[in-house]
Design a binder for this molecule. Structure first.
Ligand SMILES: Nc1ncnc2c1ncn2[C@@H]1O[C@H](COP(=O)(O)OP(=O)(O)OC[C@H]2O[C@@H]([n+]3cccc(C(=O)O)c3)[C@H](O)[C@@H]2O)[C@@H](O)[C@H]1O
Ligand SMILES: Nc1ncnc2c1ncn2[C@@H]1O[C@H](COP(=O)(O)OP(=O)(O)OP(=O)(O)O)[C@@H](O)[C@H]1O
Ligand SMILES: [Mg+2]
Length: 277
């Protein structure tokens, strides 16, 4: 393990050892403890059909059931948030069957996202080209999902759950204040392969656990695999984070991306305090 790997693994909270059933218990307990302290009425999470939200959603459902059996009134609200017709909507339905949530809400984010884009253009914003416009509409979609989840949390005295984990965090591969905006994240510190092994241990099938990761934000390239955008594979990212050897060009991509995206893992910048005279 290089010094960089060591430092990043410590910053992102990656445990050197991984016991899947212990992690399921520990992370479910984390959700329960946090919800209890916050006296939360609900846990709220968007379910895409991908493995991250399937695992986080299942943990939320288990936590809500345990809390109710101890007398607390709390429910898990799964949110389907398609942008119009979702290309892999069948996978999202399978994820919901796996999670078996207390409640499901479906909100189409397309009208609101498209209206924002139209008003930006009407206000005079010019994009470099159609690719930039489509990319930025993708981030508007992610933020629209955040708005919908916070409205539901606000109405139900709830908490918004995120799906951020170490393999996305190290690459800054999320929309700032979009899917990067949440109250608590039960997958924090996990590599992608650890998330997949939790999916299997929770009773998910191979198809769900090994679904090709996609942010699916670009209208012009539906279901584009994350790995095409990242320039490295999740296996390489996981190896890097778990202290294994990674080919130098890939390690360099990971390191440079990690440095470039530091602002996404930090609180907003403010001026430093003045020095005492
Ligand atoms: N140095 C700096 N210090 C402080 N803030 C800085 C900054 N540089 C940029 N910024 C701010 O950050 C903004 C850029 O960040 P952001 O708006 O997030 O946009 P950006 O990082 O450009 O794009 C988001 C990326 O995350 C991917 N993503 C998004 C959502 C979900 C998933 C997924 O895996 O499911 C993946 C998406 O495909 C895309 O590649 C800039 O517009 C600027 O406001
Ligand atoms: N169509 C959608 N409906 C509901 N929530 C969504 C949708 N798309 C994205 N999200 C939310 O945004 C989060 C970030 O997306 P991301 O793609 O990283 O996770 P995933 O789809 O669960 O897993 P994977 O990364 O393997 O595709 C999701 O976990 C989910 O909570
Ligand atoms: Mg996805």
């Amino acid at each position: 393990m290089t010094e960089d790997q060591n430092h990043i693994a410590a910053e992102l909270g990656i445990d050197p050892h991984f016991d899947v059933s212990a992690e399921i218990t520990r992370r479910t307990q984390f959700l329960m403890d946090y919800a209890r302290r916050a006296v939360a009425g609900s846990l709220v999470l968007g379910i895409s059909g991908g493995v991250d939200s399937s695992v986080a959603g299942r943990l939320c459902q288990i936590a809500a059931e345990h809390l109710r059996s101890s007398g607390m009134q709390v429910r898990f609200i799964a949110m389907r948030l398609p942008y119009g017709e979702q290309a892999d909507h069948a996978d999202a339905q399978r994820a919901l069957t796996f999670i078996d949530p207390d409640e499901t809400l479906e909100i189409d984010i397309k009208p609101a996202a498209d209206a924002m884009l139209a008003q930006l253009k009407a206000g005079g914003l010019k994009f470099n080209d159609q690719w930039q416009e489509d990319f930025l509409l993708g981030n508007i979609k992610a933020r629209q999902r955040m708005i919908a989840q916070y409205a539901v949390a606000g109405a139900t005295n709830g908490l918004v759950v995120g799906t951020d984990h170490a393999a996305e965090a190290v690459m800054g591969f999320f929309t700032k204040f979009g899917d990067g905006g949440f109250d608590l994240s039960p997958l924090g510190g996990l590599t992608k392969r650890r998330v997949r092994s939790m999916a299997l241990a929770l009773g998910g099938d191979e198809k769900l656990a090994h679904k090709v990761p996609t942010a699916d934000l670009e209208t012009m390239r539906p279901l584009r695999p994350d790995e095409a955008a990242l320039g490295v594979s999740y296996d390489e990212i996981d190896d890097f984070l778990e202290g294994k050897q990674v080919a130098p060009p890939s390690a360099e991509v990971i390191l440079q991306t990690y440095r470039r995206t530091a602002h996404k893992r930090a609180l907003p910048a403010v001026p430093a305090r003045q020095r005492a005279a």
